[in-house]
Design a protein around this ligand. Structure first.
Ligand code: HEM
Length: 446
């Protein structure tokens, strides 16, 4: 049964959005179980733009690259990030750059950009690589849960490269725990500070993080070091604008969150796909051995086999599966009427399987990114793991640098496999993560 989500104004040329009136809770559960089958079924039934009610919230999914372009490019400023993302991560990532809009967002993003220039990235890279080399060389062998290994490695890296502080183990653990609780809180079912609950823990953990950053900010302002925390303290836009202490703290907490799971998920997906497709693992390893053990920053762009594997893994499983936006005025998407106050979603996970853009979209095929096929260019918004428009991921080069460096060292040191009938069981309830943490047979190269 379908109804109408929002009636188009009488006399307008706009269409009304169809809405599924299935039970919202069951719909969300179906979506979490298999987001691809769900998207296919709903699009087959209702078209690319459709409404639903999920846990009491009315939501309009706007599938397809054309709708993604319209919403993310946001030419008539009809959509805002803050009111949409705040619902999911608001109190924990308050005033992070992704939650700011319009002039205020532009102002903050200009300053933040200074932390992601090629010069700053080279500084992070030089800090990062020795740590990666040492940590990967000491990976356990045998049956290893790679997701877990990547997660621990990227957390330690965050302490070193983002915070640039040496902490006693107990304090580092406390900070890591606070960080993990803050991230988890966003997907709490009970969205109230009930003592002991996820939301409550998230708020307390945000406080721990704030206290840490405020306690260290004077020292960071006093000297310049190559870590992100120091870079943000000294960042200045072309117009001479700088961040207040409060801005630095808010942006640090947000960037830590934005960088962490996204990169870990990508590495895990790449390792999984290479375990299932050994010829691609062999090809990537052969290329890794064309370079030295330690990469130069400029080598990153030359690892084209790893690059295609990364792009294909990001296509098949984008770590940020959808981008929410709130309509701040009456508007339209692809000819459908969207009233002010509507929460819309750009489902990039489903868009990346669009058969109009990709041949055999459910098949792992890094060759689709070859210049002579370039399926990702079939539409400007066909491949959008980093989003698009003014909120496009500011850390995309940082992320790729970290991911490729870790995989480069892994490929040179080890080979890994999974049983031929293994399919990774995914948890899609928040960001897509393997329920079993991806156990592989990891062994050192002879
Ligand atoms: C493979 C890794 C990554 C993926 C797939 C990814 C994905 C995304 C996406 C889809 C957005 C846009 C969200 C929206 O428009 O609603 C975004 C924004 C953002 N990302 Fe990333 N990200 C990754 C890594 C990183 C890293 C490593 C950092 C920082 C070092 C970072 C920092 C940010 C920030 C600050 C924003 C907000 C930008 C703004 O609103 O202006 N991300 N990311």
């Amino acid at each position: 049964m379908t109804t109408v989500f929002a009636q188009a104004p009488a006399g307008s040329d706009l269409k009304s959005i169809p809405k599924s009136d299935r039970n919202g809770v069951l719909e969300v559960l179906r979506m979490r179980r298999d987001p691809f089958a769900y998207a296919k079924a709903r699009q087959g039934e209702l078209g690319k733009i459709y409404g639903m009610n999920a846990f009491g919230i009315d939501l309009v999914t706007c599938a397809g690259p054309a709708a993604a372009e319209q919403i993310l490019m946001n030419k008539d400023k009809a959509f805002a990030n803050g009111p949409a993302w705040s619902y999911f991560i608001g109190p924990f990532f308050n005033r992070g750059v992704m939650l700011l809009d319009f002039d205020e967002h532009r102002h903050h993003r200009h300053i933040l950009q200074q932390a992601f220039t090629p010069k700053a990235l080279t500084g992070y890279f030089d800090e990062m690589q020795p740590l990666i080399a040492e940590r990967v060389a000491n990976f356990p062998t045998g049956r290893v849960k790679l997701f877990q290994e990547f997660k621990e490695l990227t957390l330690d890296m965050a302490l070193e490269v983002f915070l640039g502080v040496e902490l006693p183990t107990a304090e580092a653990d406390k900070l890591n725990r606070a960080f993990i609780e803050t991230v988890r809180a966003g997907v709490a079912y009970v969205r109230k500070p009930v003592p002991g609950g996820r939301w409550w823990k998230g708020l307390r953990s945000r406080q721990v993080l704030e206290e840490f950053f405020y306690a260290n900010i004077d020292a960071k302002r006093a000297t310049q070091t190559p870590d992100l925390f120091s870079v943000l303290c000294h960042a200045e836009s072309d117009e001479g604008h700088t961040f207040t202490d409060e801005d630095v703290v808010n942006h640090m907490i947000f960037v830590l969150m934005a960088a962490h799971d996204t990169s870990t998920i990508t590495m895990t997906q790449m390792a999984y796909r290479m375990a299932k497709n050994i010829p691609w693992q062999d090809k990537a390893r052969a290329q890794a051995f064309e370079f030295g053990e330690n990469l130069a920053y400029d080598d990153l762009g030359k690892l084209d086999v790893l690059d295609k594997i990364m792009k294909e893994s990001l296509r098949m499983c984008p770590p940020v599966p959808a981008q929410p936006r709130m309509a701040v005025k009456d508007t339209e998407v692809q000819g459908f009427f969207i009233p002010e106050g509507t929460l819309v979603s750009v489902p990039q996970m489903a868009n990346h399987r669009d058969a109009q853009c990709y041949t055999h979209p459910d098949t792992f095929d890094p060759g689709r990114f070859d210049a002579d096929r370039a399926e990702d260019k079939s539409h400007r918004f066909a491949w959008t793991p980093f989003g698009g428009g003014v909120h496009k991921c500011i850390g995309l080069y940082f992320g790729q640098m970290e991911i490729k460096t870790i995989l480069h060292h892994l490929l040179r040191g080890y080979e890994w496999t999974v049983p031929s009938d293994y399919e990774v069981p995914m948890d899609y309830s928040a960001l897509p993560v393997p329920k079993d943490k991806l156990p592989v047979a990891l062994q050192r190269l002879r």
